[in-house]
Design a protein around this ligand. Structure first.
Ligand code: CO
Length: 143
C-alpha cells in the first residue's frame, strides 16, 4: 500500500536485522558458515518460549540467524517437517515495534503477535503473518 510516507525518509524499516534460516543440525550449519565464509558466532541463545536455539553470525550491520527447534512441537520443527531447511523469516529493524505493528494492523494486514513481545538479545519483536505479506514471515525487531 502506498502512503504519503512510503518514501525513503518515512520508512519504518531502518535496516535488515537478520535473515533466519531453519536448519536441522545447528552445529553443522555453524561449521559450514565458519569453514566456507569465515563467519564466527556472535551470539547464541535458547529461546524456550519459541522452542528454538539460535546462532547469530554478523554480516556487516545485519545477522544471519541459524535456527533449529529444541522440541517437537516448536513451530520451527513443523516448518522443517513441511518445507525442509531454508529461509524461515526476515527480521527488519524498526525504531518502535509497537508503532510498526499498529501500522500493519491498521492497514488491515494479518499479524501473528497482537502485541510486541521479548525476542532474543533483549530485543522487542512482533511477527507479521506471511499470508498478507506476499508469502514472507516478517519479524519487526526493536533493539
Ligand atoms: Co528472528
Amino acid at each position: 500500500m502506498r502512503t504519503s510516507s512510503s518514501n525513503q525518509d518515512g520508512s519504518l524499516l531502518t535496516e535488515i536485522d537478520h535473515i533466519a534460516i531453519a536448519v536441522n543440525d545447528l552445529e553443522a550449519a555453524i561449521e559450514y558458515y565458519r569453514d566456507t565464509f569465515g563467519c564466527e558466532v556472535d551470539h547464541r541463545e535458547v529461546v524456550e518460549r519459541d522452542g528454538v536455539e539460535e546462532a547469530l553470525l554478523k554480516v556487516a550491520d545485519s545477522y544471519v540467524q541459524l535456527l533449529t527447534p529444541t522440541r517437537d512441537d516448536s513451530p520451527v520443527a513443523k516448518y522443517l517437517e513441511k518445507n525442509g531447511e531454508g529461509i524461515h523469516h526476515v527480521g527488519y529493524r524498526v525504531d518502535d515495534c509497537a508503532a510498526a505493528l499498529e501500522r500493519v494492523k491498521a492497514a488491515g494486514h494479518r499479524v501473528i503477535d497482537e502485541e510486541p513481545r521479548p525476542g532474543s538479545r533483549g530485543t522487542t519483536v512482533a511477527f507479521v503473518h506471511p499470508k498478507t505479506a506476499f508469502g514472507t514471515l516478517i519479524e519487526l525487531v526493536e533493539e
